[in-house]
Write a protein that binds this ligand. Sequence first.
Ligand code: B12
Length: 295
Amino acid sequence: MKNSYSTRELAELLSVNESTVKRWADSGFIECIKTKGGHRKFPIRSVLRFIHENQMNVPALSLAEFDKKDVQAHLSAGFVDVLVPALKEAALQGDSFEVQRLLRTGLISQPDIIMLYTQLLFPALVDIGTGWQNGTLRVDEEHLATQAIKSALFRFQSEIHIKEPNSLSAVVSCFEGETHDIAITCIASYLTSEGWKVYHLGQDIPTDDLSLFIRAKKPNLVAISASTINDERRFVYGVNNKIAAAAHKAGALTIVGGSHMPSRFLGRLKCDLLSDNIADIRGIHQKMTVEGTRR
Ligand code: B12
């Protein structure tokens, strides 16, 4: 994949006239830089954002570097799972730039961010976790892979199209003691792209501090992640009496997610939704934006 495109190259890539590309650039639809000689240059980041924003299908861009015909066919049909082995391998090598490149390649075939993370990133993580569990991967190898993925996700965010602010805000956080924060990082990525103001607090936030934060920011949504819960009583008490209470006072919806969350805690948590799938956030977003426009 190239780092930048000239006007002619971009016109060819998008199958439009050069004059169309120039018009888009001059109207600010697509970001470009001017060279000393006055020529327009389109950095790959701007090109990707433009394609994503306009939901364009540009198979040539994602497929260029994959020789194998079957991989190309899968990608052009939007099946990004063919990239999972490559992403896992790049993560295990600690190559966060390659992980980012694969996410970018995936985004072109699968512009739905939640689907992209679910089909491409999560299977690689689950595989890595299984390797650690059955002893084929050491802890240092697993940590290197996780760090590569987190760094890649951080940089990848700047390549995603961000919609206009929608005046909704969310606090996303791990429960006290929880260090698995990739799910909420992906949730933060999705909500940010949909125009939300997101306060992403990350791992292991003390319950009292989280409650104070919610009271101070008065968000519309509080999304908590908890998968490794050692003390169930403390968890239920913290969610019900501190977090959900603070969210309720702020008028926010509360969603608590994590592996086996619905089956393990159904009927025990005073929250609006228990979930084991980040795709549920899409439903919440749609519901809240529809309600917002009705008001
Ligand atoms: C990376 C990783 C780590 C990293 C985390 C780094 C980080 N910054 O996230 C490190 C190395 C720190 C780590 C530590 C540990 N880990 Co770990 N880890 C993993 C691994 C490989 C990937 C986790 C991940 O990101 N998965 C992908 C995400 C998307 O999955 P997820 O978090 O479960 O989210 C899904 C749902 O739960 C849900 N969801 C989660 N949160 C939310 C929130 C909302 C609002 C919603 C809507 C949905 C939602 O949506 C997602 C699916 O769509 C998994 C393997 C696996 N199978 O996942 C093990 C895994 C989760 N870890 C495990 C364990 C045991 C541990 C440790 C206890 C190990 C130890 N002995 O120290 C510690 C726990 C520390 C703690 N208290 O938190 C076990 C958990 C088993 C269990 N359920 O009890 C797993 C499954 C590995 C295994 N196969 O045994 N881990």
